[in-house]
Design a protein around this ligand. Structure first.
Ligand code: NAD
Ligand code: UGA
Length: 327
């Protein structure tokens, strides 16, 4: 049994990782500042299962204010998922939140890793947004990154810090470029969560732009499996991996799948394309498949069914969609 530190433990992906580590018999120290991106009650709900475990401990606070040495001394490995997410909200006045939570917090932890992190793996949640509008699809890791949003710039800056501390300071870092993760507990600003809520509440769905943009959507359980594998694999410090769901799918195509799951046509309206939104993403996962011995297993239809069921189960006042209750 290892002791894992999970930052961003109460968030969408972090809470699933906590559950998986506990299920695998590890002890978990979770850290989260419970930011205001979604109602605090939701994030407490994310940790409902973990809180029943004796092997789980939660520390509430901003990483930049906490004693990182103490956190790392108490842990055998670090999964750094805390961050300010969201591509479209990163323009304008909120940028200081992105630099603080994405760059500052990461550097704070890496400095402590230099002091007390010998023999400990540091896994960082990077992002497909580092690529921007990549010329090569699917995109391999050695493509020159050119982020198209301020968010992507901060994720890339933090990723570069991980590579730098790995190569120059001997910290055992690995960075994972997650591609548009979805599934139960997804963040409220993200596309599939918004689409599922609109379906369940009988509201129109708003698509930003013509819906022909595509993403390599990745189901959260597959991301968690790869993240755990990256915590244990024998790999050189500073390694970077793409983690994608297995193929690019357009927003329009994903909506067709959701319509089939809902058992009725959807009321889709088109709004403005959003600044910072790339046209297409696609992960070349050759490296992760070979070195992490990982492969994504969940089809888009299976993953969307799981997310739609989760949204439906939370929405007590709304009538259950018949085709889902039957499944
Ligand atoms: P999330 O917002 O649900 O979770 C992040 C959590 O980190 C939140 O609970 C927040 O309160 C916490 N946090 C933020 N700053 C903190 C700080 N300074 N100290 C302590 N806690 C802090 O986001 P998510 O979608 O689960 O994403 C997790 C990570 O994965 C983020 O770093 C994000 O950039 C990255 N990522 C996510 C996706 C995706 O599709 N969701 C894709 C690529 C990369
Ligand atoms: C997601 C996450 O939000 C980022 O945190 C993450 O870093 C990024 O993936 C990544 O892969 O790196 P995004 O691809 O924008 O960003 O994910 P979604 O929210 O699922 O959006 C997918 C597409 O749907 C985008 O083109 C978006 O504009 C569109 N969308 C979103 C809509 O058409 N309508 C909506 O209501 C929401």
């Amino acid at each position: 049994m290892a002791r894992a530190l999970v930052t961003g433990a109460a968030g969408f992906i972090g809470s699933h990782l906590v559950d998986a580590l506990l299920a695998d018999g590890h002890a978990v120290l979770g850290v989260d500042c419970f930011n205001d991106n979604y109602p605090a009650a939701d994030k407490h709900a994310n940790l409902a299962g973990a809180r029943r475990h004796d092997a789980f401990e939660l520390l509430t606070g901003d990483l930049c204010d906490l004693d990182a040495h103490a956190l790392i001394e108490r842990s055998d490995m670090v999964f750094h998922l805390a961050g300010e997410p969201g591509v479209r909200g990163s323009w304008g006045k909120r940028f200081d939140r992105y630099t603080h939570h994405n760059v500052g917090a990461t550097q704070h932890l890496l400095e402590a890793m230099v002091e007390v992190g010998a023999g400990k793996r540091f896994v960082y949640a990077s992002s497909s947004s580092v690529y921007g509008d990549a010329l090569t699809l699917p995109t391999p890791e050695d493509t020159t990154p050119r982020p198209l949003s301020p968010y992507g710039v901060t994720k890339l800056a933090a990723e570069h810090l991980c590579v730098l501390y790995g190569e120059e300071q001997g910290v055992d870092t690995v960075a994972l470029r997650f591609f548009s993760v979805y599934g139960p507990r997804q963040r409220p600003d993200m596309a599939f969560r918004r689409f599922c809520e609109a379906i369940v509440e009988g509201r129109p769905i708003e698509v930003f732009g013509d819906g022909r943009q595509s993403r390599d959507f990745t189901f959260v359980a597959d991301i968690v499996a790869a993240t755990c594998a990256a915590g244990a694999a024998t790999i050189p410090p500073g390694r970077v991996y793409n983690l994608g769901g297995g193929g690019s799918v357009s927003v329009n195509r994903a909506l067709e799948t959701l319509a089939a799951l809902a058992g009725r046509p959807l009321d889709v309206r088109h709004g403005e394309r959003q600044e910072g939104d790339v046209v297409d993403t696609g992960a070349d996962t050759t490296r992760a498949r070979a070195e992490l011995r990982w492969t994504p297993r969940t089809t888009l239809s299976e993953g969307l069914a799981a997310e739609l069921r989760w949204v439906q189960d939370r929405a007590v006042p709304f009538p259950r969609i018949r085709s889902l209750s039957a499944s």
